[in-house]
Design a protein around this ligand. Structure first.
Ligand code: FAD
Ligand code: SIN
Length: 543
């Protein structure tokens, strides 16, 4: 059965309203009709929760070469050097644009001409520009305001993309081109299509694939899953970054304690009060995240403790309140005064290095389809992301993406229309409990078997389970009318499979991928990316 469907028309469809999506849209102001679709409130995104800030060379004593070198060293030999250079060197100009829009980065007390730069793991110097410890909230607040003033850009909250529509899926001859996407309106449950000359995937990360994550609920890897289903190559999904320090408290939902706290002298200690990170790496608590997260994991397992502690009690309450107002207040709400007592912390899934293969200008293999921000894999991060480099990447690449869109030729006149959505024999679900159960199963399976430390046996177990779950989810998807919950479940399960298959393909430990079966990097040849590409189609193919 066909579902009579509303179709919206625009020049550029941006899917996602984090930094990458909003900046792409803003750069296209005045160029054409831009629709920014976001599956929940416009502000709800990973960007919103960013604390530490944006890594950028703005200090006289800093150099592009030093930032590039830190990025390359953290990336474990897999960074694409041209992407690193392009993004690092475009940083200052992009940051100046943000300032012109009204973002105020912190300056040093008594030295208003100098930025107050944060220090984070893997950086050889202070380099992180921040707006207190709520950098992301400020970015979204100011950008959403500026965009609301623009007539040509429409913000559409509660519009969740289901799948991309491409000419190859429609078996239309010629170059494969993206025509837009199907959406579900979260409020009414209505399915609609958006037709666009250019479509930008800016859907962020996928922390919700894991049971414990610093990410908000929107982070279900929708862009990567949609890109994969559309036949795009997906790169380096085994590299999942676990942030070492999320608040350990049953009600805190893995609230992040910024690395900048360690940058200001915070030390990790175990339950016996011993500083332990130096036993794992001479850089101690400020070693890159993969090293610190593994050290914590090992320490907790060896001692049988549920968490470790972050101790910054040597700093005054006044300093902590001023430098980390949000973190200080949140910890206090959960009963911890950072100035008086070490905070209990655990690692949690934080950032997906892998994603849709894209250039620094967002271009993908499919004409008219772009990917920017955390959804994309530009090669900047290699096997591990340097702290605060992702906001930088989103900022710079969105600008380059907007430029590429503005310079692209018009699509051919004979591009087909988007067909009506097929609902087949689907009926409303009377088994929502299955969806909830499967959500939990995917996330638990990934946490237990595909976490910070992996083995061949755990990965084999995980792939068997995830494939069974994906079969069940597919059946559910076909039998019942779609809901946002089912769509997200389908996406986290797809991303889970991509992570496991990529991890199985990497027969070494490198960057964020660590396996006890091959505990060292493979030095027999040049480092290589893991690329998964499957035929397009799957659940959205006409049935
Ligand atoms: P997001 O900001 O996640 O935006 C994605 C958008 O897509 C959201 O609006 C979402 O609702 C929407 N969306 C998703 N799926 C769909 C769909 N199917 N249909 C429609 N809309 C959809 N990085 C740094 O560099 N510095 C930091 O200090 C820092 N701190 C962080 C702290 C936390 C707690 C977290 C979670 C991350 C942090 N990061 C930091 C990482 C960084 O915030 C993200 O990588 C970055 O913000 C990603 O931006 P984005 O625009 O690509 O995605
Ligand atoms: C943090 O503030 O520790 C997060 C920084 C990041 O993820 O880059």
């Amino acid at each position: 059965m066909l579902c009579a469907m509303k179709t919206l028309d625009c020049d550029v469809l941006v899917i996602g309203s984090g930094l990458a999506g909003l900046m792409t849209a803003y750069h296209l102001r005045g160029w054409g009709r831009v629709l920014v679709a976001s599956k929940r409130d416009i502000g709800e995104s990973n960007t919103q929760y960013a604390q530490g800030g944006i890594a950028c060379v703005v200090d006289d004593k800093d150099t592009f070469e030093a930032h590039e070198q830190d990025t390359l060293a953290t990336g474990g030999g897999l960074c694409h050097e041209e992407a690193v250079r392009a993004i690092v060197r475009a940083g200052p100009e992009s940051v100046r644009e943000l300032e012109a829009l009204g973002i105020r980065f912190e300056r040093r007390r008594g030295r208003a001409r100098e930025y107050d730069l944060g220090q984070e793991g893997g950086h050889s110097r202070r380099r992180v520009m921040h707006a207190g410890d709520i950098t992301g909230r400020e970015l979204i607040r100011v950008l959403a305001q500026r965009i609301a003033e623009e007539k040509g850009i429409e913000l559409a909250p509660n519009l969740m993309a289901i799948d991309l529509v491409t000419t190859s899926w429609l078996r239309h001859p010629g170059l494969n081109r993206c025509l837009g996407a199907y959406f579900i309106d979260r409020g009414s449950g209505e399915i609609l299509a958006v037709r666009a000359d250019h479509t930008v995937l800016a859907t962020g990360g996928a922390g919700k694939v894991y049971l414990y994550t610093s990410n908000p609920d929107i982070a279900t890897g929708d862009g990567v899953a949609m890109g994969w289903r559309a036949g795009l190559p997906i790169r380096n999904m085994e590299f999942v970054q676990f942030h070492p320090t999320c608040l350990y408290h049953p009600q805190a939902k893995s609230f992040l304690i910024s690395e900048a706290v360690r940058g200001e002298g915070g030390r990790l200690i175990n339950a016996a009060g011993e500083s332990f990170t130096e036993r794992y790496d001479p850089r101690g608590s400020l070693a890159p995240r993969d090293v610190v997260a593994r050290a914590i994991d090992q320490e907790m397992k060896t001692r049988g403790d549920p968490c470790v502690y972050l101790d910054i009690t040597h700093r005054s309450a006044d300093f902590l309140r001023e430098r980390f107002p949000n973190i200080y207040a949140t910890c206090l709400r959960f009963g911890y005064d950072m100035a008086k007592t070490p905070i209990p912390v655990v690692p949690a899934a934080h950032y997906f290095v892998g994603g849709v293969v894209a250039g620094v200008d967002g271009r993908t293999e499919i004409e008219g389809l772009y990917a920017v921000g955390e959804t994309a894999s530009t090669g900047l991060h290699g096997a591990n992301r340097l702290a605060s480099n992702s906001l930088l990447e989103a900022l710079v690449c969105s600008r380059l993406c907007a430029r590429a869109i503005a310079a692209a030729p018009k699509p051919p006149a004979d591009t087909p229309a988007i067909p009506d959505w097929k609902i087949g024999d689907a009926v409303p679900s009377d088994e929502a409990v299955v969806v909830e159960h499967n959500w939990h199963e995917v996330r638990t399976c990934m946490w237990d078997y595909v976490g910070i430390v992996r083995t061949d046996k755990r990965l084999e177990r995980a792939i068997r389970r995830i494939r069974n779950l994906r079969r069940e989810i597919r059946q559910y998807y076909l039998n019942y009318l779609v809901t946002p919950d089912v769509l997200e479940l389908r996406n986290i399960a797809a991303v889970a499979e991509l992570v496991i298959r990529s991890a199985q393909a990497r027969r070494e430990s490198r960057g964020l991928h660590y396996t006890l079966d091959c505990p060292t990097p493979d030095s027999s040849g040049p480092p290589r990316d893991t690329v998964i590409r499957d035929p397009p189609g799957g659940p959205i193919a006409p049935t």
